[in-house]
Write a protein of this length. Structure first.
Ligand code: G3I
Length: 369
């Protein structure tokens, strides 16, 4: 068999039969994407075609965050979430619920009483229980995995001083997992965070897994979001975290992958959603297209990470990219509005980037027995 060398690694040349990501990774891990409202409601036919042909797992990019699902106490709005679930079921996709407990995009009523004062620990626990129970039980047996807690730890490994943490204490994590498990005992339950390759966060996540497991609380996997840039983090550091989490007996998922090519106004913001900088033209260098040299680095970076995922296919159960085409990516508007980024696998004309074909080829080159 003819061996080709591609971007530093080899694969057996096969007949050009693999034409999608989901085919390339069949039997290894799910390959997913995040859907925005237009895509959930099938108002973007070209994106719809890509989603159905390329991916076998989906997550709602925004529609299942608590501010959308329960904008007022006890008044749920499941319209978009129901449509998302129907879409996934109609297309035989592995459905992910994002996210039950997150400090961001939570409605302000969640933390306040009728006088506008901060609620007690008991009240907040009850609100958590009600929210999680209502949402998880509605989709019991249909949504297969939940991002139960999102982004509770900071880069240095300390707890994020969120309302949940400040009012309840670190116990809020185990309570959230318990409530979710009670509502759907078969659902997979995840802790999800960004900058997971950092040593501080890695160590604290390991501690969290140990703590939950020691108390008999179910945790199925760790979601490493994977909001990457061209030079951060190092593949080796990312790998250390995959190994550290897997060693605790949970699966690992790459849950929100993208690779920004744009300069960062500040190196230390990870994917901190609150970061916000005023638009500056000099910070938007590729409005008219991505130069060849940057594109080459970008493609190598995607390949290096997919190579890593494949190396650890026994530990990784899903790789999800955070959006379908470059036009959809949150990166265009964060941490600075109105920029032109190229963070995803499909371009603004819905075409697969050259790297996608390479991913097809090496993804399918190592079939499981
Ligand atoms: O829909 C409104 C629109 O009506 C309005 O005109 C416009 C004006 O700003 O805002 C639109 O809402 C925006 C929404 O995305 C939909 O585009 C919100 O302002 C904006 O805050 C929201 O950003 C989302 C962000 O989470 C906060 O929820 C991003 O799309 C989404 O990609 C991002 O996803 C997070 C994950 O949930 C957790 N991990 C980090 C990741 C990236 O920040």
């Amino acid at each position: 068999m003819l061996l080709l060398v591609c971007s530093g690694f080899s694969y057996a040349q096969k007949k050009a039969t693999v034409e999608s990501l989901k085919q390339a990774f069949e039997g290894k891990f799910y390959i997913g994407t995040a859907l925005n409202l237009n895509q959930i409601w099938e108002r973007d036919p070209a994106a719809d075609k890509l989603i159905k042909s390329q991916f076998n797992s989906i997550v709602a990019e925004n529609s299942m965050k608590s501010m959308h699902l329960q904008p007022q106490e006890g008044k749920f709005n499941f319209k978009d979430a129901d449509k998302f679930v129907a879409y996934g079921e109609a297309n035989n996709m592995f459905l992910i619920g994002h996210t039950l407990i997150w400090h961001s995009q939570a409605p302000s009523w969640f933390f306040k009483n009728e006088k506008g004062e901060e609620v007690s620990k008991e009240v907040l626990i009850e609100r958590m229980r009600n929210h999680i129970t209502a949402v998880v039980s509605r989709y019991k047996g249909r949504i297969k995995g939940w991002d139960v807690v999102n982004e509770a730890i900071l880069d240095d490994g300390s707890w994020r001083k969120s309302k949940f943490y400040n009012i309840i204490g670190e116990e809020f994590i185990e309570l959230a997992f318990k409530f979710a498990h009670a509502a759907d005992p078969d659902a997979e339950l995840y802790y999800n965070d960004y900058s997971m390759a950092l040593e501080g966060r890695r160590n604290s996540v390991v501690k969290m897994i140990k703590n939950l497991k020691s108390k008999g609380i179910k945790i199925s996997a760790i979601g490493m979001q994977g909001h990457l840039s061209l030079d951060f983090p190092k593949v080796e550091e990312f790998e250390k975290s995959i190994l550290a989490f897997a060693a605790e007996g949970v699966k690992v998922m790459i849950t929100e992958m993208d690779i920004t090519v744009l300069p960062m106004p500040n190196r230390n913001i990870g994917a901190q959603v609150e970061s916000n900088f005023a638009y500056k033209k000099e910070m938007n260098p590729y409005e008219d297209g991505l130069p060849k040299d940057k594109q080459t680095i970008f493609e190598k970076r995607y390949l290096d990470f997919f190579k890593l995922f494949l190396k650890h296919e026994d530990k990784i159960s899903r790789v999800t990219v955070w959006g379908v085409t470059d036009a959809d990516s949150w990166r265009n508007n964060w941490p600075m509005p109105g920029r032109t980024d190229y963070a995803l696998l499909f371009d603004r004309q819905y075409n697969a980037k050259p790297v996608v074909k390479q991913i097809y080829r090496f993804g399918s080159s190592k079939k499981k027995p």
